[in-house]
Design a protein around this ligand. Sequence first.
Ligand code: AGP
Length: 616
Amino acid sequence: MCGIVGYIGHRDAYPIVLKGLQRLEYRGYDSAGIALYDGQELNLCKTKGKVADLKAKFEEGTSTKGNIGIGHTRWATHGVPNDVNSHPHYSNSENLVIIHNGIIENYSSLKKELVKRGYTFQSDTDTEVLINLIEDVMVKEDVKLGKAVQIALNQTIGAYAITVFDKRKPNELIVARLGSPLAIGIGEDEFFIASDASPFIEFTSNVIYLEDGEMAVIRRNKGIKVRKIQDDSLVDPYVQELKMNLEQIEKGGYDHFMLKEIYEQPNAIKDTYRGRMLVDKGIIKMSGVDDNIERLANAKRIIIVACGTSWHAGLVAEYIFEDLARIPVEVEYASEFRYRNPVIYENDVVIAISQSGETADTMAAIKLAKEKGAFVFGVCNVVGSSISRETHAGAYTHAGPEIGVASTKAFTTQITVLTMMALKLAKYKGAISDSQFRFHLQELERIPAKITRVLETSNDHIKEIADKYKNTPNCLYLGRGFNFPVALEGALKLKEISYIHAEGYPAAEMKHGPIALIDEQMPVVVIATKKGHYDKVVSNIQEIKSRKGKIIGIVTEGDEEVRNLADYVIEIPETIESLTPLLTTIPLQLLSYHIAVMLGRNVDQPRNLAKSVTVE
Ligand code: AGP
């Protein structure tokens, strides 16, 4: 997820674009750049680091003149964060310049073709490929920029929100979007472009949100023409009047980043498997796994090291790897693993999971494992983070920046990456048949829509439950099998943002002591989906009910048995057992969120917590 900003009009572009990038830094902040056109020249400056670093570097030696400009703040998905991979990107001729938010999945095949035609590349990015494809079309077809963009985009597969400028035609900007957001602010003979409206909210409240598959040619003094990328047909755009304030816009209209990120999960999971899981072909492509498949598939043991929510994702992965790939898995708190002189063999594989890629304990565990000869594979959300650079190989989640301290979309995208990895190894080892493999792919592809269904149908009901139990001093979370780790994760969410004491337990473990805690004051969240020892969980519920415990059941749609036993039920759609954590965690995220809001907590920055624990 990156932030793009553009301006064309009568004002100085630089201050508008720079401030716009500052407002979009929540979308990505590992590098930034701006290109300005001063009437003669294109002046471009870009750098690794934050917008503040760009400002310092730009104002050191680049002209800030001009009333056309584009800018970009990056969240890397291809190519590590460095100056050369930062946007904007020139075409080979340096007549064209582009900024891009998204992923061009077929960039490597396009790049090979362009290299054959003599194009050279400075960066590792998919974006530089796109701008040279556009240039190549302009030259070969002898068409203007707008037409070239339309033709080129029809040759791409992936997601994009782009702004393109040709210094030979300095009175126009071309924008296009598919899968990534793009807003156009309409001023008095001036236009603003951005990933959301926050960069131009003080200049105009008239905005066009381009629809997927649309592009626009924006001309100074001539206005804007919107077209469909596919067939170049004209579109009559809907100009709406913004009612949101700046803070609301940065949060996408949500009250908190955490809620926004809960609702981003369908897209975050799609972005994570996009270009990797090819359902029609029945294949999963993950270069970090493919390049090391022998080492990974022949592991005698997988040791997973992580902290917090990432540790819970590791516990889910334990069930998935052992169930599908039949490889023994141990899951360790990184902070314990690093100090207890663990036994590590050379044919061990260690998987380190970390959203931030900067957690000190996890980094230390990785170093220890490497010293003892293990192969270390990283699952991170931040490209170029310390952990992603320390591991021998890895796979990124493409969740985009996770701003809320309480981890949500990182958890579900970590499980997505680990599920794809387990499926690849299971298929390679012949532990599952091709049809089982394909069935899992098809079901994983249905998960985003099923999460959307939970979000759309359960939120109000969950608010009611939150209101009922918001003042409880304690809460228990129970789950079995694949959903035992989800019970732990649900308890952690409630603890860290509402400050209510909560514990997660394997459902069967209740009778070994914790059941003494049950009374009419104790709410118990029980994950009781149809898959996974359902009857056993129902008997656990009966044990709780007989002691007057209050039961909130997370059940499969249509369940009547638990509904008749519980005080409340929250339904989730049916799916295969190993994928239920991706659905059962959603109501638990919302429950903790609404309770915390009702208690007036600082949801995005809870007391005592930091987003990344880089200290020991
Ligand atoms: C989860 O909601 C917490 N914010 C915390 O437990 C977090 O998961 C843990 O600190 C690990 O962080 P990492 O994934 O960035 O390594």
